[in-house]
Design a protein around this ligand. Structure first.
Ligand SMILES: Nc1ncnc2c1ncn2[C@@H]1O[C@H](COP(=O)(O)OP(=O)(O)OP(=O)(O)O)[C@@H](O)[C@H]1O
Ligand SMILES: [Mg+2]
Length: 284
């Protein structure tokens, strides 16, 4: 479980204030949607939660402890595009994520450990509906399938906090519906807190427990860089949405027998965004 706390966080680039006065407490197992105009600092905010950027002022804590100064496996991320390695197969991508989580960037697993890791990676890929495509390369997958691969790659590291930067922004509406159902299920079944940036208000209110809107609240007519965006509104989604009880077999079971109250264990239709038969896909 992890509570994320931001205390008077500011972010400036050179003399330019991007974010200011961010005070926020995110309860464990929340699903936060972050909205706001382009350029207001949403990605910058996520990058600070990842430690890819440091606040210029203020502090970010997880469970009361200052964030590690570099990205760690407890925080996973999925970007809008290009989160996966194009030269690795579907299975290879998830296996690499697992190897990195177990032993660092250059660690490789061998023998029995590798076979076990392959089994684990295949099970996560099954959970996101990609078990038919283990040997394909990302270029042979549709956008929705690539994003499901990116989710599996992030989740296999068992992060406590999952950061999503417009992860479904490029998907067609029908495919979005399917991936939303998957996202709801993953959030219900896994012990994670999600922070998701989106431009889609329907998606924000459809998935989140809490919607935060960032906006610049004050302007200096002479010095446009003097003020940054801050939290303009903070809306608890009603009726309240509660995460389901996590499955003891992390995501490897069928939808949880006791799903979140708002989520009647939405059935996942993994085939919907599959491309019509692609080449055979050779791979590792
Ligand atoms: N590394 C950096 N160096 C300097 N300025 C930066 C850097 N990263 C971001 N910025 C600036 O900070 C501001 C906020 O950028 P950010 O990418 O966080 O916005 P955003 O809300 O995610 O926008 P969008 O909705 O378009 O993705 C922008 O004006 C951007 O130019
Ligand atoms: Mg952005």
């Amino acid at each position: 479980m992890s509570t994320i706390t931001l205390r008077n966080v500011w972010k400036e680039y050179d003399q330019r204030v991007v974010l200011e006065r961010i005070n926020l407490e995110i309860a464990p197992r929340s699903f936060i949607a972050l909205v706001g105009p382009s350029g207001c600092g949403k990605t910058t905010f996520l990058r600070m939660l990842l430690s890819e950027e440091l606040p210029s002022r203020g502090e970010v804590l997880i469970d009361g402890v200052p964030l590690a100064r570099e990205p760690t496996a407890e925080r996973g991320v999925v970007f809008q595009r290009y989160s996966v390695f194009p030269h690795l197969t579907v299975l290879g991508n998830v296996l690499l994520a697992l190897e990195c989580a177990r032993g660092g960037m250059f660690a490789r697993l061998y023998g029995r450990a590798r076979r076990q890791a392959k089994g684990e990676a295949a099970a996560f890929l099954e959970a996101v509906g990609l078990s038919e495509h283990l040997d394909k390369y990302p270029a042979q997958l549709s956008g929705g399938m690539q994003q499901r691969l990116a989710l599996a790659q992030a989740l296999i590291r068992r992060p406590k906090v999952l950061l999503l930067d417009e992860p479904f922004g490029a998907l067609d509406p029908g495919i979005k519906g399917d991936i939303h159902a998957l996202m709801r299920r993953l959030w219900n079944e896994t012990e994670i807190t999600v922070v998701m940036v989106t431009h889609d208000l329907g998606e924000a209110f459809g998935l989140a427990t809490r919607v935060l809107a960032f906006e610049r609240l004050r302007d200096d007519p002479v010095d446009g860089d003097r003020y940054g965006a801050t939290i303009k509104s903070d809306i608890e989604v009603w009726p309240r949405r509660l995460a389901g009880r996590p499955s003891p077999h992390l995501m490897l079971s069928e939808p949880a027998s006791e799903p979140g109250r708002d989520d009647p264990a939405a059935a996942l239709d993994p085939g919907r965004d599959d491309l019509a038969t692609q080449g055979d896909g050779t791979g590792a």
